[in-house]
Design a binder for this molecule. Structure first.
Ligand code: MRU
Length: 374
């Protein structure tokens, strides 16, 4: 995707209207769902359900879709709040509800907190309830634009870092996991944005993407984005990743993040930890690419990150639980959606404000120090 081009869009938004690309149907069908409640019910409840059901997924995309669903609801409200308290109550209770959609990614909590603060601050300056709704809508729309800008910055920082640190003369091959591209963000992507930037700069040989069982975000979504943009790519089974890393073909591993603790421990799609262990063993740099909104400064380590467990059907049935049964009836299942990669295994964190590296001699990152300096 050339700079400025729109490309694939997980979220289509215009003031008063929100459409989500139904990612459960990709790559075979491209269907946009209008997030619209004809019964006069609550649009944010519908959006929360769409997030849980993976119509929209990927930490930044979840945050933006949720924030915009409330913007659309606010614009289309038939009975507008008449007092400041009513307006704030309407916005804040709905944000609280949206935040409970999925537990692991922090981006939605971060967005909701910022939107609450912004509207509470605005309420100190006006007595007009309608104005609070406008402040909310403007702020939610600004998040959409900010995500695209931050992903482009991540892409450029990451491409420079990876090519600068590589020992290989010539084009590089990288391994990635899950889907962190246009489909997981407002556009461009985080880890996949880095890969896009490498490709745009003529530095990419091949990107290897894992299938990312059991939901297959890699084989269905990342592969789809890579083919769509004609980026040289190879799909591998998750179980082939260590063998690939031992083959000498991989110059770097780059993945996204759902929540990064202050020491750099990172929650990301299940299987990320396996990739990091293999990278460590083979001396391959392992990078996490994420916006600052993925950092949870309230957590000192990854120990207290809540890992979402999803339905056993996603494992026992094909097509992410919607196809025929593939596992023996009666088998018990453990289906965590994410795992924690310890900071020790991460070479650097690529953010929209620059690269976070470990202080000399340390096994963990000083993220609070980085944030204070930026
Ligand atoms: O369960 P998903 O598909 O929402 O998981 C997505 C991931 O783990 C991504 O790597 C992460 O959200 C970063 S997306 C830019």
């Amino acid at each position: 995707m050339a700079a400025g081009e729109v490309g694939l869009q997980a979220i289509r938004y215009s003031r008063g209207r929100l459409q989500l690309l139904d990612q459960r149907k990709l790559p075979l069908e491209t269907i946009y769902i209008d997030v619209y409640d004809s019964s006069g019910g609550c649009l944010t409840f519908l959006c929360r359900h769409a997030i849980q059901d993976m119509v929209v997924r990927g930490a930044p995309a979840i945050a933006i879709a949720a924030a915009l669903s409330l913007a659309v609801e606010a614009v289309n409200l038939e009975t507008k709040p008449t007092s400041l308290d009513e307006a704030l109550h309407f916005l804040h209770t709905r944000l609280d509800h949206l935040v409970t959609s999925r537990p692991t990614a922090v981006n939605l909590l971060d967005a909701a907190t910022k939107l609450k603060n912004k509207t509470s601050d605005a309420a100190l300056r006006t007595s007009n309830a309608a104005e609070i709704l406008v402040v909310y809508v403007d702020a939610a729309e600004a998040m959409l634009a900010a995500d695209i800008a931050s992903n482009k910055a991540i892409g450029d920082y990451g491409a420079d870092l990876i090519s600068g640190q590589s020992k290989r003369d010539g084009k590089l091959s990288v391994l990635t996991h899950c889907n962190t591209g246009s489909l997981a963000t407002a556009a461009y992507g985080t880890a996949l944005g880095v890969i896009r930037s490498l490709n745009l700069q003529g530095k990419l040989n091949t990107v290897y993407c894992t299938e990312t069982r059991p939901f297959n975000q890699g084989s269905r979504l990342t592969a789809y984005e890579l083919v769509y943009e004609k980026i040289p790519a190879v799909l591998i089974a998750d179980s082939a990743a260590a063998a690939l890393q031992s083959s000498g073909k991989i110059d770097a591993v780059v993945v996204g993040a759902d929540r990064i603790a202050s020491n750099g421990d990172t929650a990301n799609k299940i299987g990320t930890y396996n990739l990091a262990l293999a990278a460590f063993h083979h001396g391959i740099p392992f990078y996490v690419a994420a916006p600052l909104t993925s950092i949870d400064t309230a957590l000192s380590s990854g120990d207290s990150i809540v890992i979402e467990e999803r339905s056993s059907k996603e494992l026992t049935h094909s097509h992410a639980g919607h196809g025929p049964q593939v596992a023996a009836s009666g088998i018990s299942v453990w289906n965590p959606a994410f795992d924690i990669t310890p900071a020790k295994l991460i070479t650097a964190i690529i953010t929209d404000k620059g690269i976070i590296t470990k202080p000399e001699g340390s096994l963990v990152f000083d993220i609070l120090g980085f944030l204070n300096a930026h």
